[in-house]
Design a protein around this ligand. Structure first.
Ligand SMILES: Nc1ncnc2c1ncn2[C@@H]1O[C@H](COP(=O)(O)OP(=O)(O)OP(=O)(O)O)[C@@H](O)[C@H]1O
Ligand SMILES: [Mg+2]
Length: 252
């Protein structure tokens, strides 16, 4: 373990995100140090996906959606960049619902994650690394994605994110809809990814699981971050109260 001060990887400051006129995120600020795993917790519609989309350039759509505020990655401002430039900078998203090419093979879906010019020379090596992490995908590399289980598809989505060699991965609904044994497996793989020094943001419905796997957390309510801290340092009651919008957190 390094004893030097942790380096800030991601900084979000006074960020608001709009779908047309509708403001989905209000004045959110957060910081992530290298190696941090941030769990973003919140009820349906709280703005979790919008926060992740804002970080990866998916809210920069002119009239349809836009941002106000600041997003910095490794000290560089990225809130005006497009999605490709942000992948190029080293951030990958594992989106809600996975968004795979259902009719394509596992391998072609993975290779789609290395489409940037910077990534192509390393594609074969990264593919081998993904297969090492997920041997099941190596066995099924020629299989069509639509024929795979939800858990296997989630592995493909995570593998595709890894193909760009990211320093930060944002996981939207990491385990939603998966059988418990598959959730365990996905979380074991997540631990291996974290061990490699990749910083992570995890949006997760399973509160306990999210807190057990993270170094920091924040609770979102109706578009705002109403509570943040480190798991273990904040009582569970305070976290659930913030989640449900009860008590002091509501007025924060
Ligand atoms: N494409 C869109 N157009 C207009 N409004 C949207 C769009 N996507 C999300 N919203 C609105 O923005 C708000 C935040 O939605 P978001 O999807 O970020 O929530 P979430 O916390 O990810 O919810 P969930 O847990 O259901 O995934 C909601 O009020 C939602 O209705
Ligand atoms: Mg969502």
């Amino acid at each position: 373990m390094s004893t030097s001060a942790p380096e800030t990887v991601l900084r979000v400051a006074s960020l608001s995100a709009y779908y047309g006129e509708l403001r989905a995120i209000y004045d959110c600020s957060l910081e992530l140090a290298r190696g941090d795993v941030l769990a973003v917790i919140g009820a349906n519609g709280a703005g979790k996906s919008t926060l992740l989309k804002s970080i990866v350039g998916l809210m920069n759509h002119g009239a349809r959606s836009h941002l106000r505020g600041l997003v910095e990655f490794e000290g560089r401002r990225i809130d005006k960049l497009g999605p490709e430039e942000i992948v190029d900078a080293g951030i990958a998203l594992v989106p809600e619902g996975r968004r795979l090419f259902d009719r394509m093979s596992v391998e072609d879906n993975l290779l789609a994650g290395a489409y940037l010019a910077r990534c192509r020379p390393q594609a074969a090596q990264r593919l081998a690394e993904v297969f090492e992490l997920f041997p099941r995908l190596r066995e099924r590399r020629r299989q069509t994605v639509s024929e795979m289980s939800g858990g296997e598809q989630q592995m493909v989505a995570i593998g595709r994110a890894l193909m760009s060699g990211p320093k930060l991965i944002l996981f939207d609904e990491l385990s939603l809809g998966l059988a418990p044994v598959m959730v365990d497996e996905i979380y074991r793989k997540l631990a291996q990814i974290i061990e490699r020094g990749v910083s992570c943001v995890i949006v997760e419905q399973d509160l306990k699981r999210a807190l057990a796997s993270s170094t920091r957390f924040c609770v979102m309510l109706e578009g705002s971050i109403v509570l943040e801290g480190r798991p273990g340092e904040v009582p569970m009651e305070a976290i659930t109260a913030a989640y449900f919008g009860a008590g002091e957190a509501r007025q924060a």
